[in-house]
Write a protein of this length. Structure first.
Length: 148
């Protein structure tokens, strides 16, 4: 069974940098060091508390998208058909998550590095970017095309 991108993964081409976290790898001495740097909210261009909150939410969205567990926390993110769809992955592990602002927008984005078993294939260290908007004082996941 081929791997399927998470239901709201951004697969469009943009002119903005694909990886706003690339500077985190500067000086990283190992993969573990890179993941620790990505997890470090003080390396974000957002206030540390905001970065932490968004990273946790981003990890929760990716876990829910992949495993199906917790989708009810984000009822407007998935279509009703997608929300009812069977989970694609098991044994989902979030390796790291880091938040950054989204240039030219009031939104933010979170890179989530994860692994899991999707179908019969073990996927390791995949990265999914989740976009968020501050709606009435709460961060809510949004498809990229929905952000200003």
């Amino acid at each position: 069974m081929p791997l399927v991108a998470p239901l709201n993964a951004d697969t469009s081409n943009t002119t903005e940098p694909v990886d706003p976290w690339s500077d985190i790898s500067d000086g990283a001495t190992s993969e573990a060091d890179y993941l620790a740097r990505l997890n470090d909210p003080t390396r974000s261009d957002l206030p540390p508390q905001t970065a932490t909150t968004l990273a946790e939410l981003g990890a929760d969205v990716v876990r829910a998208d992949l495993s199906g567990e917790g989708r009810e926390r984000f009822p407007d993110y998935w279509s009703s058909a997608a929300a009812a769809a069977a989970a694609q992955c098991t044994d989902v592990v979030i390796e790291a998550a880091g938040a950054a602002s989204l240039p030219g927008s009031t939104g933010s984005r979170v890179a989530v590095v994860w692994s899991g078993v999707c179908g019969s294939v073990r996927s390791t260290e995949r990265t999914t970017v989740v976009y968020f908007a501050d709606i009435a004082g709460q961060w809510r996941p949004q498809p990229r095309r929905s952000l200003p």
